[in-house]
Design a protein around this ligand. Structure first.
Ligand code: ATP
Ligand code: SKM
Length: 272
């Protein structure tokens, strides 16, 4: 099973309304009957919550064969939780629509403390692809847009930040600014809103990237990915992207290359 990663467009920490855009850099999960691994405590907690809700066997061995770097703002926790929920439903013949997967995953994410608001924006982007705008309080999809697919370098270099912990910060001083951004958010200007979002949250959590490295790069636009610490750099020209990839390799900066995508993860879900 494959799950999309994503970037933050409007983080829901402030007003519980959020938006996220899907990236095609995917987590790969393989599930089989068997005992959950001892060291995967968060997967074991997800399965035990599912068992207490549905009463069905939760003995599943889950291998994460390809990871999304976690604590970076790339939606790794949403990809993992929704992947585990989907696997549980497949193995136990529980019929779940996409809305059910998101609702259940969003509740579990808060219960196991990998998310502050349930992150239904991230969950929908991971599952449906494109740009997803949500009401996170009710785990409800408000708008879903197709987007123009573009190429990005995501700088993952240093540090990790937990969304759950970031959610404890009092951000009420940003309420008006975020309501205004939400009202203005549409499928044409979402990259500008994502830049503003990174500006507000990055001002609080800090930017880890030295200016002298960024100064060498030739991206089209750049932003902090929500609370960060990852940065997204968007490119119009593949040759310029390749050039910057070489610079980042030489400077030993952590990064990954991905494209925004309209392809739903659910196209890749197989019951083998
Ligand atoms: N491959 C994995 N295996 C086990 N746990 C994982 C894995 N990937 C993510 N997680 C869990 O998700 C947590 C990271 O969630 P967090 O919300 O802080 O980061 P994120 O989802 O990458 O970022 P954001 O929510 O800002 O997009 C990790 O601490 C871990 O508990
Ligand atoms: O933990 C959460 O609830 C969230 C985490 C970030 O990805 C945010 O971008 C998202 O809107 C909400």
């Amino acid at each position: 099973m494959k799950m999309n990663s994503g970037i933050s467009v409007l983080s829901a920490f402030v007003n519980w309304k959020g938006a996220a855009m899907a990236l095609d850099y995917q987590m790969e999960i393989v599930a089989r009957k068997g005992e959950a691994k001892k060291n995967q405590w968060n997967i074991r907690r997800m399965l035990s919550i599912l068992k207490s809700q549905y009463g069905k066997d939760s003995e599943l061995q889950i291998d994460v064969n390809r990871k999304i770097p976690s604590g970076m703002g790339l939606k790794s926790s949403s990809a993992l939780v929704s992947g585990v929920v989907k696997a549980y439903s497949l193995f136990n013949d529980i019929k779940m629509e996409i809305e059910d997967i998101v609702t259940v995953s969003s509740r579990i994410s808060r219960q196991i403390r990998v998310s502050a608001t349930g992150a239904s924006d991230d969950l929908y982007a991971s599952v449906l692809g494109g740009l997803c705008i949500t009401d996170n309080r009710n785990a409800r999809l408000l708008r879903h847009y197709r987007i123009k697919e573009k190429d990005y370098i995501i700088i993952t270099s240093k540090g990790r930040r937990s969304s759950y912990d970031f959610g404890k910060i009092d951000l009420s001083f940003l309420r008006n600014a975020y309501e205004r951004m939400f009202q203005r958010l549409n499928s044409y200007n979402f990259e500008d809103i994502a830049i503003m979002n990174g500006f507000y949250l990055g001002t609080i959590s800090g930017i880890n990237m030295p200016g002298e490295i960024l100064n060498k790069l030739r991206f089209n636009i750049m932003g902090i990915n929500g609370k960060g610490p990852s940065l997204f750099l968007q490119y119009e020209n593949p040759k310029t992207l390749e050039r910057d990839v070489e610079i980042l390799k030489k400077d030993n900066v952590g990064f990954l290359v991905a494209s925004s995508t309209n392809i739903p993860s659910s196209h890749e879900w197989k019951n083998e």
